[in-house]
Ligand binder design. Structure first.
Ligand code: WTA
Length: 648
């Protein structure tokens, strides 16, 4: 156990919004009387009609229903743009840094207003109105933020699909929420390589029933040649020329859906996580301010992609609601050189930097020099998200990147939680490398054992949250029963995160990783069931079981056990073919790292695959496989060990 404690530097504490005493006082108040606490903080955003009700939530058992500020009326785009115009119209809202260091753009709040209104008018002219779903499949260009905010302005519900997903995955997500309009770009550009986004959209639409998608709006990014359907497709620049840059913001109820985001779970296909308007924005903006200790004048950079929830809450909505300057980066950490992150920090004088452990680990390999040759003197606060950060990576981030000057906020949260739940606050929390530390205001974590018994004091178990917080997801799109089943049935009456954790004597939380069949590859969530169903769709595959295993760069790698159809022979060529198959089917992030051909999988007599055994073998730790006597055929285990792929 890592006992190192990094105290809050006096200089940080003195200028921070929250110190330890204030943290404790606010936290206590937020738990004692959530209505009073959130009733006050809910006013941090503008309301067209103020709310009189604050919290109205029940986690069951039985009915699960979550509502915040429910009689209030507001609009997210108004809060992220219009309300800032009088005081900061000429301040930069978005700094865009292109893949090529020669490409960058600065967009003021006034320009953002014009751009978002134009985009909204383009959508409105194509029939989009309140409640309609719009799929956004864009690279990291400002138009991605414009598109999200344009939807919010109209009360339309966006579903952003990460540009790394395949046509099949995109098709499933378009169909899943029945969206009639898709916004994409001709091509994306990452690390000097082109990504055929429009061609992927065409391929996705081909897989759908004929009348699924009415309009495809194509932003010109590279200018590469793409096929354009004369009826369905239009270039954004052409459409934007036909409209004005004024568009009123629709008044929507606090619980009106703002966006859907498809995410992987332990079973089945990805589900559409639904976030709504008022509570989400209050929570995203409040966490952005306090977790990063955001102050006027900061230049804030979150390196996530807008295709993930981190990009939604902490590139677009939280920062813009706070009137911040948020940096959007199109490229990758290693292009054109391995110093790119730090060069961008110096170029734009970034003060707050938020990234994922996987990026830190990949940069650590190249040593300190590429970092140390840059200044980074503007940096004040560093953040981490997406997976547990190992203490070695933490120390390197702290010492080499932050010059032992910048607190690291290790923020634990999930697509479902809308915003950060467990995290240090820079001016308040002494840090322990590898620990996400303490709950944010209003968040009530509990650790339970397998029988839903609440564990007290120092302990280890399943991480649940009792009591709702405003940024929480409200339902699964079109399937409320799945919402209840997935999150509130394992431990009735509580929200179950799917993560395991340890709590130490100081009440600090240490996230130990997923305890379900979700794996976390380079900070990206992947359901093992999705990869399995892709593999078994291959004509030569009869059965597949997928588990995670420790991977030095990615956190977890994807390990697939594959049983072939009768008469098929394992080969290197087939292994490559299967990797390419999954890549094409789901997307590059789902590519198996290791494939083991297995004549049989360990199953109980009732036919259930014993994943515990498969995980152990994948971890190259088969000394303690536990009881294998209940297996239908204990002999398969010897073969699995014999032919394991991950050997130290
Ligand atoms: C993991 C990303 C440890 C966790 C915001 C969670 C973390 C899943 C941390 C959610 C962290 C995220 N420490 N683990 N600081 N942050 N995770 O939905 O397993 O893409 O359940 O949301 O990432 O991933 P998601």
């Amino acid at each position: 156990m890592n006992q190192r404690i990094v105290a809050v530097p006096a200089a940080v504490r003195e200028q921070a919004h929250i110190d330890d005493a204030k943290y404790r006082a606010w936290y206590e108040a937020s738990i004692r009387d959530p209505d009073a606490f959130w009733g006050e903080h809910g006013r941090r955003i503008d309301w067209f009609k103020p709310y009189t009700q604050v919290k109205n939530a029940t986690f069951g058992p039985g009915e699960v229903s979550i509502r915040w500020f429910e009689d209030g009326v507001t609009n997210v785009a108004h809060n992220c743009i219009d309300r800032h115009l009088a005081t900061r119209g000429d301040q930069v809202a978005i700094i865009w840094e292109g893949d090529d260091p020669a490409d960058s753009r600065r967009i003021t709040y006034r320009e953002l207003h014009a751009e978002v209104c134009r985009m909204a008018n383009v959508l409105r002219n194509r029939g989009v109105s309140k409640g309609d779903r719009v799929t956004i499949y864009l690279p990291m260009i400002p138009e991605a933020a414009f598109a999200m905010l344009a939807c919010a302005r109209l009360g339309a519900i966006h579903s952003v699909v990460f540009g790394g997903f395949s046509p099949d995955s995109l098709a499933g997500r378009i169909q899943g929420c029945d969206s009639k309009l898709v916004i994409t770009a001709d091509e994306g550009l990452r690390g000097g390589r082109k990504v055929p986004l429009k061609a992927n959209v065409d391929a996705a639409i081909q897989r759908l029933p004929a009348d699924s998608v009415d309009h495809v709006i194509v932003v010109r990014r590279t200018g590469g040649a793409v096929e354009m359907d004369p009826v369905r497709d239009v270039y954004y620049d052409a459409a934007a020329r036909e409209v004005t840059d004024e568009c009123p913001a629709e008044h929507v109820e606090a619980e009106h859906p703002l966006f859907l985001l498809y995410t992987s779970g332990s079973t089945g296909q990805p589900k559409g996580v639904v976030h709504t308007t008022g509570g989400y924005l209050v929570y995203a903006s409040m966490t952005h301010q306090y977790v990063f200790d955001y102050h006027e004048g900061d230049v804030y950079w979150c390196t996530a992609d807008v295709g993930w929830v981190t990009g939604h809450s902490y590139i677009v909505y939280g920062p813009l609601a706070n009137g911040a300057t948020t940096l959007m980066f199109e490229g990758i950490p290693t292009y054109p050189s391995i110093s790119r992150f730090w060069e961008v920090v110096d170029k734009h004088k970034v003060t707050i930097f938020y990234t994922a452990p996987t990026a830190i680990r990949s940069l650590m390999g190249a040593g300190e020099e590429p970092v140390k040759k840059t200044s980074r003197s503007t940096l004040r606060v560093l953040g981490s998200v997406g997976e547990p950060i190992n203490p070695e990576a933490w120390e390197w981030y702290y010492r080499v990147v932050g010059d032992e000057r910048c607190p690291i906020v290790d923020t634990w949260w999930q697509t479902e939680t809308g915003g950060i739940l467990i995290t240090p606050l820079p001016g308040a929390t002494a840090l322990k490398p590898g620990s996400a530390t303490r709950p944010f205001f209003g968040v009530k974590p509990v650790v339970v054992d397998g029988d839903n018994k609440v564990l007290e004091g120092a302990c280890e178990g399943n991480l649940c949250i009792d009591e709702s917080w405003p940024g929480q997801m409200r339902t699964v799109w079109g399937d409320h029963e799945r919402f209840v089943q997935t999150y509130f049935s394992t431990f009735p009456g509580r929200y179950f995160s799917g993560d395991g954790c340890r709590r130490d004597d100081d009440g600090y939380y240490w996230i130990t990783g997923r305890v379900d069949d979700v794996i976390n590859v380079s900070g990206h969530r992947m359901g093992t069931a999705e990869v399995e169903s892709s593999l078994v769709a291959h004509p030569k595959v009869s059965e597949a079981a997928v588990v995670g295993y420790p991977h030095s760069l990615k956190g977890q790698g994807i390990y697939a056990y594959v049983t072939l159809m009768q008469g098929e022979e394992p080969s290197e060529a087939l292994r490559k073919e299967l990797v390419a198959w999954v890549r094409k089917d789901i997307g590059p992030i789902a590519s198996p790292d290791l494939i083991q051909f297995a004549p049989g999988l360990p199953k109980t007599r009732s036919g259930k695959i014993m994943r515990r055994i498969l995980r152990k073998i994948a971890e190259d730790d088969f000394s303690a496989l536990g009881d294998t006597s209940t297996l239908a055929d204990p002999g398969v285990v010897d073969d699995l060990i014999e032919n394991r792929q991950n050997r130290a």
